[in-house]
Ligand binder design. Structure first.
Ligand code: SF4
Ligand code: SF4
Length: 138
């Protein structure tokens, strides 16, 4: 796919919003690749964590917005632990998920009434929260 780099992409609302929600400064990244090398989910990603940051630096909005990596990210924070510049990609991935979910629709994706009372009493809370936050209809 041909990617076009432009100042409008770099200064786009999308890129500024990702920075605002995540609280991260992409421009601290100097592309050493330590994050991608330690990411346990990288094999399933279409953009490596370091590529997501690079694409944001370059304002490649469509490529980032439609990447699968944000959904594959396990939020383990290994990337942050390995980053010599302190960039927390888990927060960037979370910002991308939040923005994507808000964009697609504002409706809940999990109907709580689909689950039995017995299951709800046993289900780990974190699993339910994860389902609400990450499940995206195809
Ligand atoms: S480890 Fe940090 S500086 Fe290195 S590529 Fe990843 S985000 Fe950039
Ligand atoms: S938080 Fe996400 S991107 Fe970072 S190392 Fe873990 S799985 Fe990879």
């Amino acid at each position: 796919m041909k990617s076009i780099i432009s100042s409008s992409g770099i200064n786009s609302d999308f890129v500024n919003r990702v920075a605002e929600i995540s609280g991260e400064n992409f421009f601290n990244c100097y592309q050493c690749g330590n994050c991608s090398a330690g990411c346990p989910s990288v094999d399933e990603m279409d953009l490596m964590p370091s590529q997501v940051v690079r694409y944001l630096q370059l304002g490649l909005v469509d490529e980032v917005k439609n990447c699968k990596s944000m959904w594959v990210c396990a939020a383990c924070t290994m990337c942050h632990a390995r980053c010599p510049k302190g960039v927390d990609i888990s927060k960037i991935m979370e910002a991308l998920r939040v923005m994507r979910l808000r964009e697609v629709d504002a409706q809940p994706r999990v109907d709580i009434t689909d689950f039995s009372k017995d299951y709800l009493e046993r289900a780990p809370q974190i699993a339910m929260i994860s389902g609400f936050r990450k499940f995206l209809p195809l």
